[in-house]
Design a protein around this ligand. Structure first.
Ligand SMILES: Nc1ncnc2c1ncn2[C@@H]1O[C@H](COP(=O)(O)OP(=O)(O)OP(=O)(O)O)[C@@H](O)[C@H]1O
Ligand SMILES: [Mg+2]
Length: 318
């Protein structure tokens, strides 16, 4: 299956302050606040929803294509993604701008002061599926991005009759009710966590039945409590798979999507899709960062079988 993934591309610059922000905030001088924190650690990680989802797909040997807007500092990121087996020819470099960047400083109490600079992401509306060349893809993933870009991709998919998976996530709050309705009504699938599902219902007035009436399948994730897959007029409860340790919860949702999509692309049943997604998410949870988990397909299958009986279905599949 030829899958095109759209969404954000970002660098996450994560710092830790060995103290408490609250000790340095002077309420009586708030009008002239001026603070600089000497931090004790900093890491710069590659992130963004599109490469995160693509990364897990590529771990299984898929070769997803990205359609994303990036900045002049993307070159080393491009090399990394290519080395993972991701097709970055659709990553368009916007001259004179940086790739989106998230700067976060966290203190001892886990209080956070952060800033998100959209950079090149603000130009994603300029990209079109037609820029990719070649045959139209079998499936497009519309994950969080510049809101105008997300709406454009919905419209383009409709115009070109390309099925898409709608994953509005953090951008739900930036999309109008009409835009969300259009995105859902025309989608092949909707992916959300349970909080996002509640936000969508409130914003659109859609009930579960309304959504299931439009889409072929829908997935609602519930953190450590697993996920619910709605497909073929059934509902499947997929358990979360306990991690050996939790190193970093960032990116689990994206890893879940990547795993689910691999199984979907290979024609697996809904329950198997959800279970593969759940195990991919657990692998991600066990590492720092969103693109640090690794496994061979043999290792993955072995661990899968410690939790589920695939009745031989996955033999030769991975
Ligand atoms: N603590 C956990 N233990 C086991 N599995 C987990 C845990 N947290 C998440 N998962 C797995 O990851 C999937 C997605 O998690 P979650 O519902 O937290 O997504 P999310 O809120 O979109 O996350 P993100 O922060 O990446 O956006 C779950 O359905 C589950 O399979
Ligand atoms: Mg999420």
């Amino acid at each position: 299956m030829d899958i095109v993934i759209t969404g954000s591309v970002a660098y996450d610059i994560l710092m830790t302050f060995p103290g408490y922000f609250r000790d340095h905030i002077l309420p009586e001088h708030i009008d002239s606040i001026s603070l600089s924190f000497l931090v004790e650690s900093m890491v710069r990680r590659r992130g963004g929803t599109a490469p995160n989802i693509a990364y897990t797909l590529a771990l299984f040997g898929e070769r997803p294509r990205l359609l994303v807007a990036v900045g002049e500092d993307f070159e080393e990121y491009r090399l990394w993604l290519e080395s993972c087996g991701i097709d970055t020819r659709g990553a368009k470099c916007i001259p004179g701008v940086y790739t989106a960047s998230f700067f976060a400083n966290t203190d001892r109490a886990n209080a956070q002061i952060a800033a998100f600079y959209p950079g090149a992401m603000a130009y994603a509306w300029q990209l079109s599926l037609q820029d990719l060349g070649g045959n139209p893809p079998d499936l497009v993933v519309i994950s969080p991005n510049d809101p105008v870009a997300m709406n454009n991709y919905v419209q383009e998919c409709c115009r070109l009759s390309i099925p898409y998976l709608y994953d509005p996530s953090q951008q739900i709050v930036r999309l109008s009710a009409a835009e969300l309705r259009e995105g859902i009504e025309n989608a092949r699938a909707l992916f959300v966590n349970e909080y996002e599902f509640a936000l969508i219902q409130k914003a659109t007035g859609f009930q579960l039945e309304d959504i299931l009436h439009s889409v072929e399948f829908m997935v609602v994730t519930h953190g450590k409590n697993g996920s619910t897959v709605f497909g073929g007029s059934q509902r499947y409860c997929i358990p979360g798979i306990p991690p050996e340790q939790i190193a970093d919860p960032t990116g689990v949702g994206d890893a879940f999507r990547g795993g689910f999509l691999v199984a979907y692309a290979r024609g697996m049943d809904w329950e198997t899709c959800g279970r593969v997604g759940a195990l991919a998410a657990t692998y991600c949870l066990e590492q720092q960062g969103t693109q640090s988990h690794t496994f061979t397909t043999t290792e993955f299958l072995k661990r899968y079988r410690q939790h589920f009986d695939d009745q031989g279905k996955l033999e030769g599949w991975l």
